[in-house]
Design a protein around this ligand. Structure first.
Ligand code: ADP
Length: 229
């Protein structure tokens, strides 16, 4: 059964100033489980502000944000952090891998605070690496991996906890075109496997890979979000 994993209702995020900047203005958006959505907009349109709300890193000035059923308004900092740990996976433009750890250890660290025994953490990390096509690189350190491989490790790390939602912020921004395409193909496969994905980008061509595209401009999400399929 599909269920909403992300709901934004009449969301406003204003930054203080004179006058205040309305980085998001009356945004309504629902993403249900199993969807793959690209959010696309030019620089300054409000993408980072939106990502911070979707990622439970910030709260709205007005309106409601529900992440995996939890209204952010009801949560304190520790609860927001726990929600990020249990329900969300993050992938960024730069891979943020720990250089002294192997691929396997980098992925296993994501399970560190869940009370999972070490052996199981390693098994699950190995499985996540296989899922992203890196079963043969578990013992490599980041310096021994290509950019595309490093991003796959970061994706495995984001997925290993089986989050309700994977948030990817310009995930191909540091990769050459062909490697970027391979990462987008991987997202396609993860989507086919049932993952719920949101990709944030300024690039139309990258956004076109996703079956649903939502445009953001001047802090407003276009009312007629484009849906294919
Ligand atoms: P994008 O990620 O699409 O480039 P942002 O969400 O970073 O857009 O910014 C949206 C708008 O909010 C811009 O006008 C930006 O200048 C403004 N903004 C972002 N962060 C802050 C902040 N901390 N204080 C004041 N204005 C901000």
């Amino acid at each position: 059964m599909s269920r909403p994993v992300l709901e934004l209702v009449d969301v406003v995020r204003a930054y203080p100033g004179s006058p205040p900047v309305h980085a998001l203005d009356q945004v309504n958006l629902t993403v249900t489980s199993g969807e793959w959505v690209a959010i696309i907009g030019p620089s300054g349109s409000g993408k980072s502000t939106l990502l911070n709300l979707m990622g439970a890193l910030d709260k709205p000035t007005a309106g409601t944000v529900r992440v995996d059923g939890h209204d952010l308004r009801d949560l304190d900092d520790a609860e927001l952090s726990a929600l990020r740990g249990s329900s969300l996976g993050f992938v960024f433009q730069s891979f943020h891998l720990l250089h002294h750890l192997t691929a396997l250890e980098n992925v296993a660290t994501a399970l560190m605070y869940r009370g999972i025994p070490t052996a199981e953490r390693r098994d699950r990390a190995a499985e996540a690496l296989r899922r992203v096509g890196l079963g043969h690189r578990v013992g490599h350190r980041p310096s021994q991996l290509s950019g595309g491989e490093s991003q796959r490790v970061a994706i495995a790390r984001a997925l290993v906890g089986e989050p309700a939602l994977l948030l990817a912020d310009e995930p191909t921004g540091n990769l050459d075109t062909r490697t970027g395409e391979e990462i987008l193909t991987l997202f396609d496969e993860l989507h086919d496997d049932g993952a719920t994905l949101i990709l944030i980008t300024h690039d139309d061509e990258i956004a076109r890979t996703a079956p649903r595209r939502v445009h953001i401009r001047d802090g407003r999400v276009t009312p007629h979000a484009e849906v294919l399929q």
